[in-house]
Ligand binder design. Structure first.
Ligand code: 13P
Length: 251
């Protein structure tokens, strides 16, 4: 892993967390970050939007970063139930996940929608974590690399640079299933993503590429050591402080 790419270990809490438990979880992760005193890696938690402000306040000064899980492309307006990137920023977020496969599936988000959300993140001063990944059917059809290429080209805005973009590769079939690709498959996907990025942006070599999908304390070291992997986007295992910190230690 190139030194210039500081690993990012991000927790996507998804639709989990009520105030008391969420504050306890964030507090325990923040305490772990503080004790470890890491300067060579970053840790991020992305709670549900109802908790972003309380958690950002609670972990302030610990070094733990806080992000949103989604944002609308517009800054404000008649979009009932949605949340603007500016609102996340106002609540204390520094990052936002866009284009997670659950939103692509549940909410019909297309590459163009995801790209608009990434642009909205920039407008608000947030760093977007753009997610891409193939389905099981696409993998079995041998289409993984072409699917990743299409999603990547459609989802990242013009003007992307390494300091304005994080890409997360999350094979849909590996999310929440306990199944993971082999390290060779992860390395092949990440190498392809970086090659495609190379045709789109000048400093592609410095863009952080996260792997996501059934990352746990027990498999993190192996997955994070795969070529071109610069961190992890963690779902289920990010809901336990010790497990999430174990993944961060493995980075
Ligand atoms: P799991 O770690 O639960 O498989 O979820 C991965 C994910 O979707 C993170 O965004």
């Amino acid at each position: 892993m190139a030194r210039s790419r500081r690993p990012l270990i991000a927790g996507n809490w998804k639709m989990n967390g009520l105030t008391a438990d969420a504050l306890a979880l964030a507090g325990a992760v923040a305490e772990g970050v503080k004790q470890a005193g890491w300067t060579d890696r970053e840790l991020l938690v992305c709670p549900p939007s109802t908790l972003v402000m309380a958690i950002a306040k609670a972990v302030k000064g610990s070094g733990l970063l806080v992000g949103g899980q989604n944002c609308h492309a517009a800054a404000s307006g008649a979009h009932t139930g949605d949340i603007a990137a500016e609102m996340l920023r106002d609540a204390g977020a520094s990052h936002v996940i866009v284009g997670h496969s659950e939103r692509r599936t549940d909410c019909g988000e297309t590459d163009a929608v995801v790209r608009a959300k990434a642009e909205a993140a920039w407008r608000a001063g947030l760093l977007p974590v753009v997610c891409i990944g193939e389905s099981l059917a696409e993998r079995e059809a041998g289409r993984t690399l072409s699917v990743l290429e299409t999603q990547l080209k459609g989802s990242i805005p013009a003007g992307s640079t390494a300091s304005r973009l994080v890409v997360a590769y999350e094979p849909v079939w590996a999310i929440g299933t306990g199944k993971t690709p082999t390290t060779a498959e992860v390395a092949a996907a990440h190498a392809h993503i970086r090659r495609v990025l190379g045709g789109l942006i000048a400093d592609a070599n410095a863009v952080r590429l996260l792997y996501g999908g059934s990352v746990k304390g027990g498999n993190a070291a192996e997955l994070l050591a795969a070529g071109d992997v610069d961190g992890a986007l963690v779902g289920g295992a990010s809901l336990k402080a010790d497990e999430f910190l174990a993944i961060a230690k493995a980075a």
